[in-house]
Design a protein around this ligand. Structure first.
Ligand code: ADP
Ligand code: MG
Length: 430
């Protein structure tokens, strides 16, 4: 059965109205299958890659199922990071725009607990939080799960990777048997299956093949360079490629920091995003990146996971990802919403094996490209100025400048020499 309209999914007309206003023309495959299943009351495990619209897949039924105006929350959504909790809350608030009596409140570490207490006290029907902070509130008695109808685990595999297993089990032990449990995960490894068996009732498995698996809009390259010249390679690619927003992945926090320093020393506006930074700093960095205040974000997998930033032109794998799944997630940050994107993975000779493994899993060959030469960089600079020159000539209005230069042209210099000198001043050293 193929449904191609939101209006066939049993959604409240008022939510439908927002969906239309948000410009969603048709449900994504995961939304198509999950929305009716969640509304029917079933436990469910949804497996899909990043960027497939999972937030609305659980967000729409969550809003619809929330006990409107109730003092205790009926929906709990768990996310691995503060950024994701904030992002999910934002999307839910948007989706609930025309629904009265449904308020969504985020709770996460790093924010003063007093502010969250106040928000909870006013009466939140949907709580979105990181597992640690949710446990804090449960222990303080400031969050009560007595009226819970639905628990959603977003990015469940990532929560386990981050060491939230105990916290998750503790929360699920509160809700087990009383509420519906829905889980989203890009992968379903053994620990996830254990949680399913233990805390879920005959969950329906919904797996959607990620379009990122083949990533039609993303050009995937491998650049074989030694580790020590990777930063130079990033710079050259950025200089010649006319890329505005770049996301660069490293496997460790330390390397992120080092790389940011190197890029800043080269005059780029770059910033890091990783788990060692305080919440305030992370928010600042994300805002700068979204508003184009920086043009390179250097991140670890965990920090960048699930972040929804549009218009990333290029993704660099400064380090080869630990896992092919990570590769898919990383490059899926570009080429979103039908746009094209570029992904470049650095690898030196002996790392070729790991690339081959990734290529096998994703069933795609990465195209080798050479590192741009200094000559390429200079040529691209000249090309850019050349274009600017032609545009200026075509735009006209040169009379006053001609008058300025005429005396010089009557001296020992030819007009072409004068033009060349100005071009040299403009382009810099060739
Ligand atoms: P995931 O959680 O699967 O990584 P998100 O829920 O963050 O994906 O959605 C990715 C992007 O797609 C968001 O910008 C979201 O607003 C958009 N989106 C979600 N559903 C639709 C839809 N049906 N049509 C168009 N865009 C959508
Ligand atoms: Mg998501």
């Amino acid at each position: 059965m193929d449904i191609n309209s939101f209006s066939d999914l049993g959604i409240d007309p008022k939510i439908l109205q927002t969906v239309v206003e948000m410009g969603f023309e048709e449900p994504t495959p995961i939304q198509n299958r999950c929305i009716p299943a969640i509304l029917s009351g079933r436990d469910l495990v949804g497996q899909a890659q990043t960027g497939t619209g999972k937030t609305a897949a659980f967000g729409i039924p969550a809003i619809q199922m929330a006990d409107r105006g109730s003092k205790t929350p009926s929906i709990l959504i768990l996310c691995p990071t503060r950024e994701l909790a904030i992002q999910v809350t934002g999307e839910l608030i948007k989706l609930a725009k025309y629904i009265d009596g449904v308020f969504t409140v985020p709770v996460y570490g790093g924010q003063p607990i007093a502010r969250q207490l106040q928000a909870l006290k006013k009466g939140a029907q949907i709580v979105v939080g990181t597992p640690g902070r949710v446990i804090d509130h449960l222990k303080r008695g400031t969050l009560k799960l007595g009226a819970l109808k639905l628990v959603v685990l977003d990015e469940a595999d990532e929560m386990l990777n981050m060491g939230f297993r105990e916290d998750l089990e503790e929360i699920l032990s509160f809700s087990h048997g009383k509420s519906q449990t829905v889980m989203f995960s890009a992968t379903v490894p053994k620990p996830i299956r254990q949680i399913m068996n233990r805390w879920m009732t005959e969950p329906e498995m919904i797996k959607v093949e990620g379009k990122t698996e083949t990533a039609p809009g993303i050009e995937q390259y491998i650049m074989e360079v030694r580790d020590s010249v990777r930063t130079e390679a990033v710079s050259r690619v950025m200089d010649i490629g006319n890329f505005k927003l770049a996301l660069i992945f490293c496997n460790t926090k330390r390397l992120c920091d080092t790389l940011v320093e190197e890029l800043q020393a080269r005059g780029y506006s770059a910033d890091a995003l990783h788990g060692d930074m305080t919440q305030i700093v992370r928010d600042k960095v994300m805002n700068k990146f979204r508003n184009r205040g920086i043009d390179m974000l250097v991140a670890t997998d965990v920090a960048a996971r699930g972040l929804d930033v549009d218009n990333i032109d290029i993704v660099f794998n400064y380090d080869i990802p630990q896992d092919p799944e990570y590769y898919v997630h990383r490059i899926g940050r570009t080429g979103r919403a039908g746009k094209t994107g570029v992904a470049i993975t650095f690898a030196s000779g002996r790392k070729r094996k790991r690339i081959q493994f990734i290529e096998k899993v994703i069933r795609t060959r990465l195209q080798p490209i050479p590192m741009p030469s200094m000559h390429d960089v200079e040529q691209s600079k000249i090309d850019a100025h050349y274009e600017e020159l032609i545009e200026t000539l075509e735009a006209g209005g040169l009379r006053p400048y001609i008058e300025q230069l005429e005396p010089l042209a009557e001296s020992e210099f030819t007009p072409i020499e004068i033009a060349a000198a100005l071009f040299k001043m403009r382009v810099g050293k060739v």
